[in-house]
Design a protein around this ligand. Structure first.
Ligand SMILES: Cc1ncc(COP(=O)(O)O)c(C=O)c1O
Length: 441
């Protein structure tokens, strides 16, 4: 079929995420390898978003494809009540990677389902009903996960599930408590959270969720003392700390799991994305020992037809082996430093760049209309103007795909990228920023 025929077919039948369906005009992708994707016209794009921040090992990895083929010919799926070698071995591999005693795994199809199950487990474990989640967060699109999400994607799903309470985390660049440094922003956010918990009744709170580093709301990096302070509050009040590492896990931040940066071990982790690098769907809810012990004689009220899918688990095993063989976690940490340097150079050249936030191969350019007072350029939910459509158009023109929304341009390439390839991609962003500069002082 020609590209035009495929586009027509697509627009006659396919519903896209989060958008009014009328004006969608997708590029038709044909194949991908490593950090590159090619459309049906043969144009090459650098995938600077690793798909949706999940294709961490890169596209078309032969080692993973071979493992998948082998598993497919042996066993794709059996009922969830059976054990299989891929499921059991993957459980052990995850327990070896996760910090502390986070050794017990429930497999899901993705991040949102992991969050749903963590909500249920936390309520059952504590006998409490309130779930705390941060403003400026995203936890998935299912009923509970979207209620937890502190961003506009929640609005259409309101009123959502009962018992969810939002709290402010630190955001040094636009601190809701007027502080200017990361440390101060963390201290004030912690103080307010402590007061909020006191007023709300600590004995009514089952869990505090957090993305260790906020993902799609702007790669907001909290201070170590904030994350450690949340851990202390949880310990003091018998609340479970749940880290949503759907996006931040699997080397994205330069560590296997992002919580390692803060020297904090949560009670549960929810994860997905980089667990299989998107070769097939898989997510996981991971418990620590005390939660596991509780459920030895209390039923866990969760189940999914595709939980622990043999093909998905075998894919994850091969994917984790690639992280190790190709030293991708180390590459993320090392090249993250180089990426940050290149982004700071962009900041010097472009007035519309307000802030650069970077941890491993995971970064965000925050745009501003005025560096002096940090005035937003597009504004929260594009309340001032939409610039991301033109940013994306310019990047596509130059052969780069990266996710951009509101005041944010996100950067999260496959972890197998090289310094030269980062340099090439930064050149494309340089061109897009010439456009945003026209709105900045
Ligand atoms: C932190 C976080 N949690 C949960 C999710 C939802 O994951 P999924 O789309 O696999 O359900 C996402 C997706 O972007 C995420 O970033």
């Amino acid at each position: 079929m020609t590209t035009q025929e495929l586009k027509k077919l697509d627009r006659e039948h396919i519903i896209y995420n989060w958008k009014a369906q009328g004006n969608i005009d997708p590029i038709v992708m044909d194949h991908a390898q490593g950090i590159y994707m090619w459309d049906t016209e043969g144009k090459r794009y650098i995938d600077f978003s690793a798909g949706l921040l999940n294709v961490n090992i890169g596209h078309g990895n032969q080692y993973v494809l071979d493992a998948m083929k082998k598993q497919m010919e042996k066993l794709c799926y059996v009922g969830t009540g059976f054990s299989t070698e891929p499921k059991a071995v993957l459980g052990r591999m995850i327990s070896e990677i996760t910090p502390g005693d986070l050794d017990y795994v429930f497999f899901t199809n993705g991040g949102a389902e992991a969050v749903e199950n963590a909500i249920k487990a936390a309520r059952s474990f504590t006998g409490r009903h309130k779930i705390y989640a941060r403003w400026r967060s995203y936890h998935g699109a299912t009923a509970g996960a979207i209620t937890l999400s502190g961003d506009p994607r929640r609005w259409a799903a309101e009123p959502g599930i009962p018992g969810v309470v939002h709290y402010f985390g630190p955001y040094p660049y636009h601190c809701p408590f007027g502080s200017k440094t990361e440390e101060e922003s963390g201290e004030r956010a912690l103080e307010v959270l402590n007061t909020q918990i006191m007023l709300d009744g600590p004995e009514t709170i089952a869990a505090i969720f957090l993305e260790p580093i906020t993902g799609t709301n702007g790669i907001i990096i909290p201070s170590k003392s904030f994350v450690q302070g949340v851990r202390r509050l949880c310990d003091d009040y018998g609340i479970l700390m749940i880290a949503d590492e759907t996006m931040s896990g699997w080397g994205r931040s330069g560590k296997w799991f992002c919580m390692e940066h803060f020297d904090v071990i949560p009670d549960m982790i929810t994860t997905a994305k980089g667990i299989t690098s998107g070769y097939v769907q898989l997510g996981a809810m991971i418990w620590n020992r005390k939660v596991w012990d509780y459920f030895q004689n209390h039923p866990f009220a969760g189940g999914l037809t595709y939980g622990g899918h043999a093909l998905a688990c075998a894919t994850a095993i091969a994917n984790i082996e690639v992280y190790k063989q190709d030293r991708l976690i180390e590459n993320s940490a090392n090249l993250g430093t180089y990426l940050e340097k290149k982004l700071l150079e962009l900041k010097e050249r472009h007035n519309s760049v307000g802030d650069i936030r970077c941890k491993g191969l995971w970064a965000c350019i925050e745009l501003t209309a005025d560096r002096e007072n940090r005035a937003p350029l597009a504004g929260f939910s594009d309340s001032i103007r939409n610039v991301s459509a033109e940013i994306s158009r310019r990047l596509y023109e130059k052969g780069l795909y990266t996710f951009s929304k509101w005041d944010f341009i996100f950067i999260a390439p496959p972890l197998c990228i090289t310094a030269d390839e980062i340099g090439e991609a930064i050149g494309c962003i340089d061109y897009a920023l010439e456009y945003t500069d026209t709105f900045a002082k």
